[in-house]
Design a binder for this molecule. Structure first.
Ligand SMILES: Nc1ncnc2c1ncn2[C@@H]1O[C@H](COP(=O)(O)OP(=O)(O)O)[C@@H](O)[C@H]1O
Ligand SMILES: [Mg+2]
Length: 521
């Protein structure tokens, strides 16, 4: 059996299939379930169209099509594209997004020998040092992105933020014959709908908090009446990290229910809610690269969501992070892979939503073992800013291989004994209202420090050549060292160089981790 045919057996467990043998490597799987099997002749014509399309894809030498014998029409059908012997060594790459996450990706990818040209769409001013910034295209303008990529002969697109993934950017790029890193929209639902995600975890027996879903506020309130507190109330859809309320008492819970369901504070993202059991424990972020079937661990991190020291103040997009997490022992990692990630990936495949890209699993480490809080379908920000500097392997090559299903010999290497820690500098007032256009000085001196990387997320250059703050989260100051303490010292020594009176940052990033180190856990 070839690698391809064993993959087929997994895809079609209950169908007998004819398969063109002699295929050495599977480079791409194209999902063509959008074809309508209404009548056989029309269906076959559509299939032929897809085959010739697949053959036109640049890095493809041969394509073959999976067929059911006789007149049977498969519910799903996939096309295999076989890697050419001469896969282009130097790629034209585009990274979609404008935050510190995308700056970290661009900075790392720009150093790859496989990278010929790198576009950041829309990028930010800080990324001009490593990429061609295409500031007039918004990440949500999916048609424009596809047009731009065709026009500029982009071979490979890496999608940073979740909204374009949920809205089907990877589907559109794939249809246009452009390789893309990230899940198709039918798999991005893992992040796009918390209701769907919870129901999926339940039917797959994957550990998560107990929950109920509601569309009606009266029913939700009467459910809340019978529950213990705290309770967690979550808007179903994407709410930019603001859609989760931890209710300590009934009044807060009822207010949250009314605000989301009746007052539509999150618009259609809040037309349904999840009410779930509050889980106690430490939080851990675990990352895996997934090519549809294979789960390749890609590091762990812990972040700091609250705005102020000692985890006080409002929730933010993240004020700092470190990687790896000392909580993530080898046995915990095995537990997460075996009992959470593999069943998730297998389940997605079986349900016709094969997952490809990075799977970011938000976990609560409870006394009964790790439980899934949420899935994200993209790199975390700021977590990406601490994962990238630790990677020894060529990031572009790794992501390209995952996106094109060529993971058979993929071996991820990390720098040994290397820790990284990022401290986010934000505009005063964030996550609420803040002033724009304030001047940041001495960034160059800070970035000259050995073992420091500065990733931009909300900056611009003034006509005088000064860095100015244009966003809430503005800079990610990442320290890299041989211990978490050293990484932390580097980051804070860089911050001391920076003069920005209108900015603020947390002074205690890494405290949990250092506490664990000193207490010998
Ligand atoms: N069941 C839960 N028990 C305890 N805390 C939770 C629970 N669900 C979420 N949280 C807290 O709320 C935060 C945000 O929830 P999450 O599901 O990650 O949503 P999002 O990141 O989309 O806002 C988590 O990082 C965690 O701190
Ligand atoms: Mg989260």
């Amino acid at each position: 059996m070839t690698a391809g045919s064993s993959l087929l057996a997994l895809l079609f467990p209950c169908q007998s299939l004819s398969f063109v043998s002699g295929i050495s490597s599977v480079s791409s799987l194209l999902d063509i379930r959008s074809l309508s099997p209404n009548n056989v002749r029309n269906y076959q014509r559509q299939l032929r169209g897809v085959v010739s399309f697949a053959q036109k894809i640049k890095q493809t030498r041969r394509s073959s099509i999976v067929q059911t014998p006789g007149n049977g029409l498969p519910r799903f059908i996939w096309i295999y594209c076989v890697a050419s012997d001469s896969v282009k060594k130097a790629l034209h790459v585009a990274v979609i997004g404008s935050g510190g996450r995308e700056h970290a990706l661009c900075d790392t990818i720009s150093q790859s020998p496989m990278c010929n040209k790198l576009f950041a769409i829309p990028g930010n001013a800080g990324m001009r040092a490593c990429a061609i910034v295409v500031e007039n295209i918004h990440p949500h303008e999916t048609e424009k992105i596809v047009e731009f990529c065709k026009h500029n002969e982009v071979d490979f697109v890496i999608v940073g933020p979740e909204i374009p993934l949920v809205e089907g950017l990877v589907d559109k790029l794939t249809r246009a014959g452009i390789a893309a890193f990230g899940p198709h929209s039918n798999a991005a639902i893992l992040e796009g709908s918390k209701v769907w995600m919870k129901q999926f975890l339940k039917r797959r027996n994957i550990p998560t908090a107990q929950y109920e879903c509601f569309r009606n506020s009266q029913l939700a309130k009467s459910y809340v009446n019978k529950q213990q507190f705290p309770l967690v109330i979550k808007a179903n859809g994407l709410a930019a990290g603001k859609g989760v309320i931890i209710a300590e008492d009934r009044t807060t819970a009822n207010q949250a229910i009314v605000s989301i369901l009746d007052d539509t504070m999150f618009g259609s993202a809040g037309s349904e809610i999840v009410i779930e059991e509050y889980l106690q424990g430490e939080e851990l972020s675990f990352f895996a690269l997934v090519d549809g079937l294979t789960v390749i661990p890609f590091g762990s991190a812990q972040d700091h969501k609250r705005a102020f020291d000692q985890d006080l103040g409002p929730n933010t997009g993240g004020m700092g992070a470190y990687s790896p997490s000392p909580l993530c022992t080898e046995s915990l990692e095995n537990d997460i892979i075996q009992n959470i990630l593999k069943p998730t990936v297998q389940g997605m495949m079986e349900e016709g939503r094969p997952y490809r890209g990075i799977l970011y699993c938000g976990l609560m480490l409870t006394k009964d073992g790790p439980k899934v809080l949420e899935y994200n379908v993209r790199f975390g920000d700021p977590e990406c800013q601490v994962i990238c500097p630790r990677l020894k392997s060529d990031l572009l090559q790794v992501l390209y291989k995952v996106a094109t299903g060529d993971t058979k010999d993929l071996d991820i290497e990390w720098h040994k004994n290397l820790w990284s820690l990022v401290v986010i500098m934000a505009s005063q007032g964030y996550p609420g209202a803040y002033q724009k256009g304030t001047v940041i000085q001495h960034l160059q001196e800070a970035s000259n420090i050995d073992g420091v990387k500065i990733y931009h997320s909300g900056t611009d250059l003034s006509s005088k050549g000064e860095w100015i703050a244009t966003g809430g989260r503005v800079l990610g100051i990442t320290g890299i060292g041989n211990s978490i303490q050293q990484a932390r010292d580097k980051a804070y020594s860089a911050i001391e160089q920076i003069h920005w009176p209108q900015g603020f940052y947390r002074k205690d990033i890494g405290w949990k981790c250092l506490h664990i180190e000193t207490s010998g856990r």
